[in-house]
Design a protein around this ligand. Structure first.
Ligand code: ZN
Length: 432
């Protein structure tokens, strides 16, 4: 498989960090960002690399030459004028005869590319976009996917402030079939996120590959600083899904939002005080934030799956406004007691996922490659604590929601709120 890297960016917003070099040549650690990308491609056996260059292109050519110094084969395509993210690819389409990877030269990446390519092939996808939740969804291009990961909506920024969106952002890394080139107009400046994808997902098979791995652009001085800090702290290295991550599992009702006893409409969803900031601190500390919630309202037929999705969109939108993100949400739609009028019998089963069973945690462990030892469960009921203990987690009971009243199973820690629970997590981390 070939890779194309869009390395023509100017980096105007980076100011003095990129005055006399093109943006992809800014240093992260002791080497340019672009060299990190090339090392990553090489690690996964992708050694045929085309760099699309423009602004100050000689700096890139001088550094990489034919790539042999880096163990890869590099060729260049020099744009005469900038044609956005799409134009250069159209110009070299005769060289793109099989599936290829597209990377943006200003994005620091560490992810398992084999897993991505396998996903693309398994789904016989025409165009696969890497998607992730980020900490600024309000000003990012957002994508919606079906339960089979097919892309079904594309919301380019800016967004409608009155609507709720899932926090699933186009992370600017793609696997494409040559077919995509048919939809790019030659010689015309255009952008994949803004001009091509919104009209494309209904014409060809586009899939979203969701990951919590590391993808962050260095488009502003603040973001460049974050990337450099993450690099120096070892965070970027750890983020590849080949490595296990620790997680803080969060019950939803009574921990994240106010307990209303059977929440069935988005209007009833209200974040508890300081929840956004608490989850942001979980994100910053490098733990995955994973919601696991029993939603028997589905089995009881009080709420449809679409309504529940809308409630979760509201949760992610409100958290996103506070720059907090959830890495995944797992819910159990089941309930074991049959025989009530109006219920949905297909969900009235004795499942393995309903807490206090540990099925949702086991699923997350497998899908997100979580290290359960040293991970946490935060909840407000005995079910949460019991579930956490079964899975071998450190358990924290909070006094919000049902407040762990009358529980027979003691959590490892008792806290007033999620914010205080996060204090415990961060202190424990230091001790560790
Ligand atoms: Zn279940």
């Amino acid at each position: 498989m070939k890779a194309v890297i869009l390395a023509g960016g100017k980096g105007t917003r980076l100011g003095k960090a990129a005055i006399d070099i093109p943006k992809p040549m800014v240093n992260v650690g002791s080497i340019p960002l672009l060299e990190h990308q090339i090392n990553l491609l090489k690690k996964y056996g992708i050694t045929d690399i085309i760099l699309i260059i423009g602004h100050l292109s000689e700096k890139i050519e001088d550094h990489f030459d034919d790539g042999s110094r880096f163990g890869v084969n590099i060729t260049f395509f020099k744009e005469k004028k900038p044609l956005g993210t799409t134009g250069g690819i159209k110009e070299i389409e005769n060289r793109l005869t099989e599936d290829f990877l597209v990377l943006y030269g200003d994005v620091m990446v560490n992810m398992d590319l084999n897993r991505l390519v396998d996903f693309h092939k398994k789904n016989q996808s025409d165009c696969t976009l890497v998607l992730h939740p980020n900490d600024h969804p309000f000003d990012s291009d957002l994508v919606e996917i079906s339960s089979e990961n097919r892309i079904v909506q594309f919301h380019s920024k800016p967004h409608n402030d009155n609507l709720y969106y899932k926090n699933l952002v186009n992370a600017a890394l793609y696997v494409m079939t040559p077919k995509v080139c048919n939809y790019i107009e030659k010689g015309k400046k255009a952008d994949f996120g803004k001009d091509i994808f919104p009209g494309l997902y209904s014409k060809i098979k586009m899939f979203g590959y969701v990951t919590h791995e590391y993808l962050k652009d260095v488009g502003s001085p603040e973001r460049l600083k974050e990337v450099i800090d993450d690099y120096n702290s070892g965070r970027i290295k750890e983020c590849n899904i080949e490595n296990k991550s620790k997680a803080v599992f969060l019950d939803r009702d009574g921990v994240i939002n106010k307990e209303v006893h059977f929440l069935v409409r988005p209007e009833e969803f209200e974040l508890l005080t300081n929840t956004g900031n608490a989850i942001k601190r979980i994100n910053k500390a490098g733990y995955l934030a994973v919601v696991i919630t029993n939603q028997s309202v589905i089995a009881r037929n009080m709420c449809s799956l679409d309504d529940l999705a809308e409630i979760h969109k509201k949760m992610e939108t409100l958290l996103g406004r506070e720059r907090a993100k959830l890495d995944a949400i797992y819910f159990c739609p089941h309930h074991p007691d049959k025989g009530h009028a109006g219920e949905r019998p297909e969900y009235k089963v004795d499942c393995d996922c309903r807490k206090p069973k540990a099925g949702m945690i086991k699923k997350a462990e497998k899908e997100l490659n979580i290290e359960l030892n040293g991970s946490f469960m935060v909840g407000d009921t005995e079910r949460d604590i019991e579930c956490g203990k079964k899975a071998g987690l450190i358990t924290i009971g909070v006094k919000t929601g049902y407040g762990c009243k009358d529980i027979r199973i003691e959590p490892d820690f008792f806290c007033d709120s999620l914010a205080e629970a996060v204090d415990v997590v961060l202190k424990y981390d230091l001790k560790d």
